[in-house]
Design a protein around this ligand. Sequence first.
Ligand SMILES: *[C@@H]1O[C@H](CO)[C@@H](O)[C@H](O)[C@H]1NC(C)=O
Ligand SMILES: *[C@@H]1O[C@H](CO)[C@@H](O)[C@H](O)[C@H]1NC(C)=O
Ligand SMILES: *[C@@H]1O[C@H](CO)[C@@H](O)[C@H](O)[C@H]1NC(C)=O
Ligand SMILES: *[C@@H]1O[C@H](CO)[C@@H](O)[C@H](O)[C@H]1NC(C)=O
Length: 406
Amino acid sequence: MKSSDFVSLLADPHSRRSCFCSLLPATSLLCLVFFVGSAFIAPDYKEKFSIWGMTDTLQNLKFNKCKDQCRPNGSEALPEGIVAKTSNLDMRPLWGFPKKNESSMVNLFAVAVGIKQKDLVNIMVRKFLSSNFVIMLFHYDGKVDEWKSFEWCDHVLHVSAVNQTKWWFAKRFLHPDIVAEYGYIFLWDEDLGVESFHPQRYVSIVQREGLEISQPALDPVKSSELHHQITARGRKIVHRRIYKHGESRKGCDGSSTAPPCTGWIEMMAPVFSRAAWRCVWYMIQNDLIHAWGLDMQLGYCAQGDRTKNVGVVDAEYIIHHGRPTLGGGEGNETRSLAEDRNTGRKSIMSTEKISAPSHSHSHPKDHRVDVRRQSYIELDIFKKRWNKAVQEDECWVDPYLLPADQ
Ligand SMILES: *[C@@H]1O[C@H](CO)[C@@H](O)[C@H](O)[C@H]1NC(C)=O
Ligand SMILES: *[C@@H]1O[C@H](CO)[C@@H](O)[C@H](O)[C@H]1NC(C)=O
Ligand SMILES: *[C@@H]1O[C@H](CO)[C@@H](O)[C@H](O)[C@H]1NC(C)=O
Ligand SMILES: *[C@@H]1O[C@H](CO)[C@@H](O)[C@H](O)[C@H]1NC(C)=O
């Protein structure tokens, strides 16, 4: 990444502020256009105003009071109090009002599912329902009715789109304004065991520890796959970094400041705070449905120092069963082949396990290789897009730019 351009920006904090402030005049200008428009283009309107005794002075007063208001684009024609900026996924009764206390904090559990994993999903859904989560299932295999046998089926939301990935669904159905009421957003894969995981306790821990982006640790013994050392369960309540020997800058120690040593989680079972999700949603590219490379940049959404606000929870941990899921045949490592790549840096764990897909000869429709190829293509596009964005945005300053990189 070319960084020399930013040195001067870093040295001059005003350059950033001036860009930000230019938004304000733009907003006032919009208000101005609106009022000038009502005065000159719509004389009928003006007459009505005079009938009601609205004098120009009053309008001027209003104008002065209004010019600093920021309205959602398109809502300017409405009185502000009626503008409903956000929504949620709660179901409401056809008559009467919900019994639940709407002001209590609720969290969201969203998971991409196929009917073949119904045993694991059933256990997850029960756990999260009993912790008062709102639950959303993204069906990628088009099979929705098959879930009817579970008594919880009608109490969760179902979204179905064949062969779409978790990130495809998330970008389209979890817009931050839609999920604005949820304290934490869990966006998980389906092949996870939650025997040693309690959702509400997990939320208490990340709240207490100030983790804006987190994941439960993986049980290193029971998990069939473990691609990254940082995700392995440790003995503490949470951990935020790993220690590993390596030549010069390749190792991880207490002074490391960047992924994959610290400030990093895997994309298998991420948990985002409301604020972090608002940022991450913008980073998810509409067309890059495998979201490779996103993990390395998540730290930018950590609402502060990624070495503090990103972490792995050891006390509440999960098992990664590594079952074949979307895009795979009968093989083993379909899903998580997506997890070993990041922005150009090699994973610190051995990746041999996934670099050679073991063919399941019995299954002719195994698309794992195609999925992986596509994922690499997407990673390349994402990296280029990121670098281009960095170069073109004169206001953006990289908070993680190391002096050594300059
Ligand atoms: C508001 O939305 C319109 C299109 O609906 C767009 O042309 C315009 O640029 C937007 N304005 C702002 C300030 O985002
Ligand atoms: C609902 O929440 C509000 C505010 O937190 C509280 O004042 C009220 O007592 C709660 N009602 C019930 C039924 O729990
Ligand atoms: C979904 O993907 C499978 C292969 O994994 C393919 O056989 C099927 O035709 C696809 N369905 C649609 C609707 O694209
Ligand atoms: C997946 O791999 C494990 C060993 O790594 C093996 O025990 C298991 O049978 C495999 N599952 C499938 C579906 O191939």
